[in-house]
Design a protein around this ligand. Structure first.
Ligand SMILES: Cc1ncc(COP(=O)(O)O)c(C=O)c1O
Length: 458
């Protein structure tokens, strides 16, 4: 029987949600152009679109909001945040940003030149788009097990260190302004990387003189997986594991909307003084003065407090257990998912769920729409809509190896019976899977297609 550690908190504030009728949902889907991003949140019962910015903040964070110091420069909340970031990451400098992609934008604005390449285990979509926007390219060098949804490798977010080294030799280190690693690997199913692998990756980057930056959105969940799965770290406090991870790197980009448990906020941290000076110039242009970086003082305070709460081991045991509970229940019902589950989401394995649909029929998008129609559950496609690439010369479409629907779980928001409801809806859908048809594009933008494309049934 699937179980998870019960919540180390109780509920003080509630927000009503409504299960709409099937007719209402059909209408909402049509109006949304079959893109779940276009559905009004009020028309959603269980919102698994993202774990980003959707956490329930604690009473301490809300109290911190009332202590926001809204001075333009030098607000006390900046110093509280500085204390948290320096204590956890050890990086010498940081700037707040309004969210993670703003940190990426600023980092790549000052590091990437046209034609240069930024490798990672796997870039998240905004990271990739920010590199492309600077005229750069990306390389995703995660281990092969990441592409096998049935492999139970404990660290499917690991970098393939051999592939990385060959890649650097072929590309030339002078063409690689920065090397990255995403922890946990969101685009590959929220899978963690081991401390051993992060150290090996850092060693390769540094041997070739390449600065190493971590995309640290879910660093606390990654550190907790390290504690669970890497025997040498079993007795180490999660905070210590996180410090050792950051000690491998020269800086990080962070979306506080994940493991810092806030609804808005992020930061960019680094050791290099010269880089920091360039970052500050760019920050003032795009985000704001370096002690607020596009956020209100109250947001800085909520992030400072949330960073500590996100590292609490009882919270992390509940969080990782809660996600695993949903995955275990779906597996018990015979529903194909990406295994083992990652930290923040359960991914339906679309190619096994809908084997009758080719990737050209956008089966991931079709399944996300079917989930909404069947149960008022909003999830997001992570597959051909997000990642298929067109060969600029031949026009041939190259489809991604994994086609998934991500059910990302907001932190401290949904109860066990909500999860059970999701299991029942998935079960009903799986039983009638042959009735689910494909979709085609009505319109699609060039970058970050999944956010704004429109579709229609085939
Ligand atoms: C791995 C990863 N990197 C970067 C980002 C971008 O963060 P934000 O949404 O705060 O801009 C996300 C957001 O989901 C993410 O999952």
């Amino acid at each position: 029987m699937a179980q998870f550690p019960s919540e180390p908190f109780r509920i003080k504030v509630v927000e009503p949600v409504r299960l709409t009728s099937r007719e209402e949902r059909q209408r909402a889907l049509e109006e949304a152009g079959y893109n779940t991003f276009n559905i009004r949140a009020e028309d959603v019962y269980i919102d698994f679109m993202t774990d980003s910015g959707t956490a329930a903040m604690s009473d301490s964070q809300w109290a911190g909001i009332m202590q926001g110091d809204e001075s333009y420069a030098g607000a006390r909340n900046f110093f509280n945040l500085e204390e948290a970031i320096q204590s956890i990451t050890g990086f010498r400098h940081f700037v707040p940003t309004h969210q993670g992609r703003a940190a990426e934008n600023i980092l790549f604005a000052v590091t990437v030149k046209p034609g240069q390449v930024v490798p990672s285990n796997m870039h998240f979509d905004t990271t990739q788009a920010n590199v492309l926007a600077r005229g750069g390219r990306v390389a995703n060098l995660v281990i092969d097990e990441a592409f096998d949804p049935t492999s139970h490798h404990p660290f499917k977010g690991n970098m393939d260190v051999k592939k990385l080294e060959s890649f650097i030799q072929e590309t030339g280190p002078e063409n690689i302004p920065v090397g990255m690693m995403t922890l946990t690997n969101n685009s590959g199913g929220g899978q963690p990387a081991s401390l051993e692998n992060i150290r090996a990756t850092a060693e390769v980057y540094h041997r070739y003189g390449i600065p190493f930056f971590i995309d640290a959105c879910r660093y606390a969940e990654n550190a907790y997986f390290i504690k669970l799965r890497e025997p040498e770290c079993a007795a180490m406090p999660v905070l210590e594991i996180a410090r050792q991870v950051f000690a491998c790197a020269d800086g990080c980009t962070m979306s506080g909307k994940k493991d810092a448990l806030v609804n808005i906020g992020g930061f960019l941290a680094m050791n290099d003084e010269q880089l920091y000076q360039q970052v500050c110039q760019e920050l003032i242009l795009r985000e704001g003065f370096p002690t607020y970086g596009g956020l209100a003082g109250r947001d800085l305070e909520a992030m400072a407090r949330g960073l500590w709460e996100g590292l609490d081991e009882e919270y992390l045991a509940y969080r990782i257990g809660h996600t695993k509970y949903l995955a275990d229940r779906l597996v018990e019902e015979g529903i194909p998912i990406l295994e083992p589950p990652g930290g923040h989401a359960v991914y339906l394995d679309v190619l096994r769920f809908l084997p009758h649909l080719p990737q050209s029929a956008l089966p991931g998008q079709a399944l996300a729409c079917a989930l909404y129609l069947e149960g008022c559950i909003r999830a997001v496609e992570v597959g051909s809509v997000m990642f298929a690439e067109e060969d600029p010369e031949t026009g041939e479409v190259v489809y991604p190896a994994l086609e998934m629907v991500r059910m990302a779980i907001p932190r401290r928001v949904y109860t066990q019976s909500h999860l059970e409801y999701v299991v029942q809806v998935c079960k009903q859908l799986y039983e009638r899977r042959e009735e689910i048809g494909g979709l085609r594009y009505v319109s699609k933008p060039k970058l970050l297609r999944h956010f704004t494309s429109r579709f229609e049934p085939l």
